[in-house]
Design a protein around this ligand. Structure first.
Ligand code: COA
Length: 574
C-alpha cells in the first residue's frame, strides 16, 4: 500500500490538452499511473496519447465509472472551477499543481471538499509519488530518473512529507542513496491555504500499514509542525518521526518563496518548531545533510539489520538495466522467468530499450519491425561484408561483426536520419504555422539546393516496398500515427507532386514509427542491428558450408535455390 496514489487508482487529468497537461500525462503514464481520462471544456471527443478527453469530470465519471484522483493542470484562474467540478463529480482527491491560485479560491475549494467528504493536495504542489507504483503531478520528472532515484517500499518504506517542492525530490533522492525505501513522497504545497496539511499527511502515513517511519522536510511559518508535535505527544502518531526544518537563519517577517513560510508575531519560528517536535519525541536534525544518516540510524535500530546489502554498499557505479543477485535476474525490474514464454522478443527489446513493457498492439508492431528487417538477400553491404570475412576462414563472431560494422548512415542508418529529418519537418510546420505538406515542400527544396538527400525514401530495387504498407497497417492497428508518420506521408506527397517516384521505404517507415512511439533515435540503428543479426548469421554459416575459401564473391549476380514461395499454415503460427 501507499498513500494518496498507487498503480490501481483511476486518474483523471484536467487540462490534458494543454502544454503541461499533455507532457505530464505522458510522463505519469510512463511511470505507471493509471490515467483513464482527461478533461478540457469544449474539447470532449478528442484523445490525447490515446486517453479519451471529456468536457467535464461528470461526463468522464458517467462514461467510465468511478475516478479516484483528479490532477489539475489548468491555469490558476480556472483552478477553482476545475477542482470544484471534480469534487462535485464524486472524485475524492484533487491534486492542484498550479501556482498563484487566489487564496479565496483555495478557501472555496476547501469548503466544497468538506461538503463532499473529499480532500485536495495543493494548490502549488508537485503532487505525490509512490515509488515503483505511480506518480500524480510532477515529482521526479522523467520516469527513468524517478525510477533510479526513489527506492520502492518493498515491503515497507518511509513516508516523506515536504513543504518544499524541490526538496521533496531531493529528500527522496538522498534517502535512496543510503538505501532507504519509500512508501510515498508527498509535497503538500507552500501556499497559505492548502488542502492536505502536514499533520493530515502524517496521520495518513500513521494509518498506512506499509509506512514504517515518517520523514519531514518542514519549514518556518504556520503551525503545522507544532500541530504534528501535539499529535505525537498525544499518541496519535506512534511511528518514528525524523525531521529537518528549513529557515533557521530567518528573522521575523522573512518570507521564503512560499507564501505560507513566514514568521509572524513570534509564531512559526524555527526554534519553536524544533523545540516542540523534540519535546514530543521526534528526531530533528540540524543540517539537511544529516537527515539521511539519521533515518538510516533509526531504521537500522528498528530492524536490527543493515538497510543495504553488502553488494549495494560496495557499489561505486550503477546501471538501471538488469539486476543480478544469486538465483535472481530481473530486467528493468521484471523477473526474467516471468518474462520468458509470456512476452515476445519484440516486447523484450522494447522493454530493455525504453524501460517499460509495451501494450499488446505495440509489442506486435515491435515484432513486425524486427521481422521486416531480418534479411534482404545476399546483396546488401552487411551480408556481403559478413560473407567476405567468413570466406577468409574467420570465426562466426568476426564475420557477423564485420556485417554489423557495415551498418552505417547509408545502410540501416537511414532509420535514424529519416526520423530526425521528419521531426525537423513537423517542427517547422508548427513553428511557421504552415501545413505539413508545405513544410515538406520547402524543406525538400532547400535540401535539393544544398545537394542533400532525404533519407528513408525510394529504393534501388522496390518501387512499392512490401514491408512498408504492412508496417503502417500494424501501426494504425496499434493506434500509432503521430507527427513523424504524418510528415512521412507529406514528404511522399511532395515527391509525387514533383513527379518523383520516391515512396517511403522500410527504413523510413521504421524511423517514423519508432519516433512516434517516443523512442530515442540514438537506438534506431541498434534496432536494425538486432533485426539483421539472424540474417547475417545465416549468411555466414551458408558461406562457410557451401562455398570455397577466398572465392571471388560477385556482389550482384547470384541465384536463389531455397524453398519456392509458400504460405504460412495455421500450425506455423504461434
Ligand atoms: C497549470 C499550468 C501547469 C498550466 O500551464 P500550461 O500547460 O502551459 O497551460 P496551457 O494554457 O497550455 O494549458 C491549460 C489547458 O487547460 C485547459 N483548461 C482551462 N480551464 C479548464 C478546466 N476548467 N478544466 C479542464 N481544462 C481546462 C485550457 O483550455 C488549456 O488547454 P488547451 O491548450 O487545449 O486549450 C501552469 O499554469 C502552472 O501553474 N505552472 C506552475 C506549476 C508549478 O510549478 N507547481 C508546483 C510548484 S512547486
Amino acid at each position: 500500500m501507499a498513500i494518496l496514489i498507487d498503480e490501481k487508482k483511476r486518474v483523471l487529468v484536467q487540462g490534458i490538452t494543454g502544454r503541461e497537461g499533455r507532457a505530464r500525462t505522458r510522463l505519469m503514464r510512463e511511470y505507471g499511473t493509471n490515467i483513464i481520462a482527461g478533461v478540457t471544456p469544449g474539447k470532449g471527443g478528442q484523445s490525447v496519447l490515446g486517453v479519451p478527453v471529456f468536457n467535464t469530470p461528470r461526463e468522464a465519471v458517467e462514461s467510465l465509472g468511478k475516478i479516484d484522483v483528479s490532477v489539475v493542470f489548468v491555469p490558476a484562474a480556472g483552478v477553482k472551477e476545475a477542482a470544484i467540478s471534480a469534487i462535485e463529480a464524486g472524485i475524492k482527491l484533487a491534486v492542484l499543481v498550479p501556482d498563484r491560485v487566489p487564496v479565496w479560491d483555495a478557501m472555496e475549494i476547501a469548503a466544497a471538499a468538506k461538503a463532499h467528504h473529499a480532500t485536495f493536495l495543493g494548490p502549488n504542489t508537485l503532487g505525490a509519488l509512490s515509488p515503483g507504483k505511480a506518480v500524480v503531478g510532477m515529482i521526479g520528472g522523467r520516469a527513468e530518473s524517478a525510477r533510479q532515484w526513489f527506492k520502492p517500499g518493498v515491503p515497507k518504506g518511509v513516508g516523506v512529507i515536504s513543504r518544499s517542492g524541490g526538496m521533496a525530490s531531493s529528500t527522496g533522492y538522498y534517502l535512496g542513496q543510503v538505501g532507504v525505501r519509500i512508501s510515498t513522497i508527498v509535497h503538500i504545497g507552500g501556499d497559505a491555504v492548502i488542502g492536505i496539511r502536514l499533520p493530515d499527511a502524517a496521520l495518513m502515513f500513521e494509518a498506512d500499514p506499509l509506512t514504517e517511519a515518517i520523514v519531514i522536510f518542514g519549514e518556518i511559518g504556520s503551525s503545522q509542525e507544532e500541530e504534528l508535535a501535539q499529535l505525537i505527544a498525544g499518541g496519535k502518531i506512534t511511528k518514528s518521526v525524523i525531521a529537518y526544518i528549513g529557515g533557521k537563519a530567518a528573522r521575523e517577517g522573512t518570507r521564503f518563496s512560499h507564501a505560507g513560510a513566514i514568521i509572524e508575531g513570534g509564531r512559526g519560528t524555527h526554534a519553536g518548531k524544533v523545540k516542540a517536535l523534540r519535546e514530543a519525541g521526534a528526531t530533528v536534525v540540524d543540517g539537511f545533510g544529516d537527515l539521511p544518516g539519521a533515518v538510516v540510524e533509526i531504521l537500522t535500530k528498528m530492524k536490527g539489520e543493515s538497510l543495504m546489502s553488502e553488494a549495494e554498499q560496495k557499489a561505486v557505479w550503477h546501471s538501471a538495466i538488469t539486476r543480478i543477485e544469486p538465483n535472481k535476474v530481473a530486467v528493468r525490474g521484471y523477473d526474467i522467468a516471468d518474462l520468458m514464454g509470456r512476452v515476445s522478443f519484440g516486447a523484450a527489446v522494447y522493454l530493455i530499450l525504453t524501460g517499460e513493457l509495451p501494450s499488446t498492439a505495440l509489442a506486435r508492431l515491435m515484432d513486425a519491425i524486427l521481422v521486416s528487417s531480418i534479411d534482404h538477400g545476399a546483396t546488401p553491404p552487411s551480408a556481403l561484408a559478413a560473407r567476405t570475412v567468413a570466406s577468409t576462414g574467420a570465426t562466426l563472431s568476426a564475420s557477423v561483426a564485420a556485417g554489423i560494422m557495415s551498418i552505417n548512415r547509408h545502410h540501416g542508418g537511414a532509420i535514424e536520419d529519416c526520423a530526425r529529418q521528419l521531426k525537423a519537418i513537423a517542427d517547422r510546420a508548427a513553428r511557421e504555422s504552415i501545413s505539413l505538406e508545405e513544410a515538406a515542400m520547402r524543406t525538400l527544396a532547400e535540401m535539393r539546393e544544398a545537394g542533400e538527400r532525404m533519407s528513408g525514401f525510394g529504393h534501388r530495387l522496390h518501387t512499392k516496398d512490401p514491408r512498408t504498407a504492412r508496417l503502417f497497417e500494424l501501426a494504425r492497428e496499434a493506434g500509432v500515427d503521430g507527427a513523424h508518420m504524418q510528415a512521412a506521408r507529406a514528404v511522399e506527397k511532395a515527391f509525387a507532386n514533383a513527379k518523383k517516384s520516391l515512396p517511403i521505404n522500410v527504413d523510413g517507415a521504421i524511423g517514423a514509427i519508432l519516433a512516434d512511439l517516443g523512442m530515442t533515435p540514438a537506438a534506431f540503428n541498434g534496432i536494425f542491428m538486432i533485426a539483421r543479426t539472424p540474417g547475417l548469421i545465416a549468411h555466414v554459416i551458408e558461406e562457410q558450408r557451401r562455398e570455397r575459401p577466398m572465392r571471388r564473391i560477385d556482389p550482384v549476380n547470384h541465384g536463389y535455390d531455397g524453398p519456392p514461395s509458400r504460405t504460412i499454415s495455421k500450425s506455423d503460427l504461434l
